[in-house]
Design a protein around this ligand. Structure first.
Ligand SMILES: CC(=O)N[C@H](C=O)[C@@H](O)[C@H](O)[C@H](O)COP(=O)(O)O
Length: 217
């Protein structure tokens, strides 16, 4: 876990229907991220983790998204966590918002029982503090802006949540909508332990869309 401290974690994911949705492609994205200096990776599904593991020994935060209600929730069951561990994840991310149908803090215990640390993905300060008190090893701001009552999702990252969690002594991973070097620096300035960046690196559709929006046609 210490290998992630102070580093950039690259989230290598592609949703169903995305042209990059293929474990080997995800593994190649992961390899590019490591060559570019990523301290770690965040990878969805046991199949993708297995493929990534064949290409790099960089630490992997594993998760498994499951559709539930209006969004995907993150690793809602102990069985899924066990599969991620078997595929080679070094840390497991779980959704600790009230929107997840999962068993909440019992999942933390389960993952610890597998011998792995837990990243608790949360959307608010209260959820983050509760997850930390329940034994989460890292709290991610991952879900801020995505729960039903926070929609529509704001365009920028929730640096305020990073700062508030860090100020209370929580080991915090800043995640969600980081797109620029300045935002990454500000997250560390706010006390982040690590910063996770996904789409700004691994989704060429989103990157193209942003730059295309700046053209006059
Ligand atoms: C809300 C949710 O389900 N977030 C997911 C969590 O694993 C991923 O879809 C995001 O890509 C990841 O959090 C990184 O964020 P961004 O791509 O904005 O840098």
């Amino acid at each position: 876990m210490g290998r992630l401290r102070g580093g950039l974690v690259v989230s290598c994911q592609a949703p169903a229907g995305h042209p990059l949705r293929d474990p080997e492609v995800i593994a190649r994205l992961a390899e590019c991220a490591v060559l570019g200096g990523a301290a770690g990776l965040r990878v969805n599904s046991a199949a993708d983790i297995t493929a990534v593991r064949r290409r790099t020994g960089a630490p992997v935060i594993g998760l498994h998204k499951v559709r539930h209600g209006h969004r995907d929730v993150i690793t809602p069951t102990a069985e899924l966590a066990t599969e991620l561990a078997a595929a080679g994840a070094d840390m497991i991310a779980v959704d600790l918002t009230p929107e997840s149908p999962g068993p909440g803090p019992a999942l933390i215990e389960h993952v610890h029982g597998l011998g792995l640390p837990v990243m608790a993905d949360v959307s608010t300060l209260e959820e983050g503090l509760a997850a930390w008190d329940a034994g989460a090893d890292v709290v991610g701001t991952t879900l801020s802006g995505y729960t039903a009552r926070q929609l529509p999702t704001p365009p920028d990252p929730d640096l305020g949540l990073v700062e508030a969690l860090a100020a209370r002594g929580v080991r915090v991973a800043a995640e969600g909508r980081y797109r620029t070097e300045e935002q990454v620096r500000r997250a560390f300035g706010a006390g982040a332990w690590a910063v996770v960046v996904g789409g700004a690196i691994t989704d060429p559709i989103a990157v193209t869309r942003r730059l295309a929006a700046a053209t006059p046609r």
